[in-house]
Design a protein around this ligand. Sequence first.
Ligand SMILES: Cc1ncc(COP(=O)(O)O)c(C=O)c1O
Length: 394
Amino acid sequence: MAISKKIASSMENSSWIRRMFETGNVLRAQHGADKVCDLSLGNPDVEPPAAFQKALEEVVAARVAKKHGYMPNAGYPDVRARVAAQAGSEQGVSLRAENIIMSCGASGAMNAVLKTILDPGAEVIASVPCFMEYASYVDNHGGTLVLAPSRPDFNLDVEAIESRITPRTAALIINSPNNPTGRIYPEETLRRLADMLLSAGKKRGSPIYLISDEPYRKLAYAGAKVPGIMRLYPHSIVVTSYSKDLSLPGERIGFAAVNPEADEAKRLADGIILCTRILGYVNAPGLMQRVIGSLQGVSVDVEIYRRKRDLFCAALAGIGYQFAVPEGAFYIFPKAPGGDDLAFVEALQEELVLVVPGRGFSMPGYFRIAYCVDTPVIERSLAGFQRVIRALKS
Ligand SMILES: Cc1ncc(COP(=O)(O)O)c(C=O)c1O
């Protein structure tokens, strides 16, 4: 036996996004890269802002002792202080360096948080559709992901979440702006969610953590505000990264922020720091910490994604696709014409257009388009979208 049974089985059931990536490689080899419209990956096409290149060059040129050495596992104190100021203003609370743990992206932060809070057999709730890596991250640390439906408009269904709470519930994960729907949860819903979690926690005598996964926070359109969760709920932890808003997914830089009002907030932060080390991340990449330290509040030009969204949504609606116009992030989540998302995605593949079936987000009957691609790719894909819907109607 070369590898564990568990990983062998995970490899067989590998994520849909990964499978589409592999299908894309085969189609590119067969037909040529310029013929394939790959709308399956959330890999930003917009280059990082000019300020990033400048900051990077300055950090590389600076002569600082032990520049490449080990550092405190939570990250450089001065960088944590700058991140705390920015994250605090977004969340509407006062954060300090000690509330911030620098991480290897939002995924690294999420794994460190889950390892800190989960006992074997613990449950973590998430609303579908959702980013299904959560199931693996929760499983990594001995827990089980429990899925709750969302409202028909993809807003959170607070009652459905409440009905999933058991004595084993350790946390709820939310993600806004959402992958795959582009939905931003309104403040009124988050207030009701916070009230429900507070009273559920009081009833059972231990708080339920709310983990807010926010890598798309700055990608919100037409001035839409993404409400801060920390202002509304004390036992909250934000995990996020610069992968999407600065287009740096390959650099693995992000952070976890612990609400100072959480029960035993210091112990929680200390646990996350320890887990960052013992999960083998040790600390977030040093050079990138220094770079993002000087880029707080900076992001790519969201208008670029807004224009792509408008172009794509207008064209798809004209062709007859049904979807809610995304308020943020760079995904559209339409209903699969004909109802079978897998059959639809396969038909679209024949047109050399790649999207992800809704079942990859635990929501069959839909499909996800990632429009973080060059505009000509969006334009070229439209004929395929049109032919497939026509064929289904005839
Ligand atoms: C909802 C969501 N959470 C987390 C991540 C992981 O991002 P990171 O690159 O920061 O690990 C992604 C990446 O696509 C995502 O869509």
